[in-house]
Write a protein that binds this ligand. Structure first.
Ligand code: TRP
Length: 331
């Protein structure tokens, strides 16, 4: 069985983009792999959330992960800060990481551009902590999107460097887990190519959105004035509506509106009504479980505690072995 590790920063509610991009695949992966899915609360501190926001965001993701189908019996679901061994591994790895290579990381440079008044050390060492997350469980595979590929490559560099310096093969070199055709890109309702809350809250459909909220957002989605001749290429906004429909509606429904478009007979209002109904039907079971789980504080606490116990057990083994390799021995 392969070991899989994946983290998510708790920055808000999960939307359909998260669901189709990763979560849906995690649900399959947990069947055939030894999975560690954690909430990266340490990482989220690089952007200075308030304590209240941090706490509620962690709880929300935990609830939404379970509501969407991650099974705490099958996968180890935990909160990063419940496993402080990751800090020790991060410290130990950092001794063989060069400031120059961290300064060249694309995500770091992007942050420097975007928040020049908060270029904290945590941002610089972000890839080291992430490598520690992964190597802590000696992962084989890491499901990552394009934006995280460089971080994973650095994880392999750090692992390989450790192995070379200490002349062993202790760390496996984790590879990206590619979902291939399973990967469905979900666009925004605002004409943007990716559903993302950093651009526009109303462009996202959240798993925790009530049916009425979904309906309102979909009906307000950006479209255009309609095709005027057969075979006219779609604008991005309209292409988005079709992509969203492809994700949640039946093939017949999709084909119907595709034909309507090609015949220049399409009425976007009708299409949106259908899209809203299909989205609501799609999200509803998850939405209802979210509402239930929000009331089950004892259960959520138990899941977090048991996940932390299992993750700490795996982490403790790695730390013990790494300390020995490095030469840290207690008297
Ligand atoms: N950096 C990842 C992101 O922003 C989150 C993350 C932290 C992660 N540690 C990880 C992902 C380890 C995979 C493995 O999306």
């Amino acid at each position: 069985m392969d070991r899989v590790v994946s983290g998510i920063r708790p920055t808000g509610f999960l939307h359909l983009g998260n669901y189709f991009g990763a979560l849906r695949n995690f649900i399959k992966m947990q069947e055939e792999n030894e999975c560690f899915f954690f909430i990266a609360d340490y990482h989220s501190l690089t952007t200075h959330p308030t304590p209240l926001d941090l706490q509620s965001n962690v709880r929300n993701i935990l609830i939404e992960y379970i509501a969407a189908g991650l099974d705490p019996e099958k996968a180890t679901i935990y909160v990063q800060s419940d496993v402080p061994q990751v800090c020790e591994l991060s410290l130990l790895l950092s001794m063989n990481v060069y400031i120059g290579e961290l300064q060249r990381v694309a995500s770091f440079k992007e942050k420097v551009r975007r928040q020049p008044d908060n270029v904290n050390a945590g941002l610089l060492t972000y890839p080291v902590l992430m490598a520690a997350d992964i190597l802590l469980h000696r992962a084989d595979k890491v499901p990552v999107g394009k934006d995280q590929e460089q971080h994973l490559e650095m994880t392999r560099d750090f692992a390989q460097r450790f192995n070379r310096i200490y002349k062993n093969e202790y760390f496996k070199l984790p590879v990206a887990y590619n979902f291939g055709s399973e990967l469905v890109k979900i666009p925004g309702l605002d004409g943007s190519t990716k559903m993302s809350k950093s651009d526009n809250e109303n462009s996202c459909i959240y798993l925790a959105d009530a049916p009425e909220v979904i309906r309102k957002k979909v009906m307000k989605a950006v479209s255009d004035s309609g095709p005027t001749e057969p075979g006219q290429p779609k604008t991005q906004a309209v292409e988005n509506l079709f992509q969203l429909m492809k994700a949640v509606s039946t093939p017949d429904t999709l084909q119907y509106f595709e034909d309507q478009y090609q015949n220049c007979a399409i009425r976007y209002g009708d299409m949106k009504k259908q899209l809203a109904a299909d989205m609501i039907a799609f999200v509803q079971p998850v939405y209802e479980r979210i509402l239930e789980l929000r009331e089950k504080d004892d259960y959520i606490r138990k899941v977090a505690r048991e996940g932390a116990d299992r993750a700490r057990e795996s982490a403790a083994k790695t730390i013990k072995e790494v300390r020995e390799i490095i030469g840290i021995k207690s008297f």
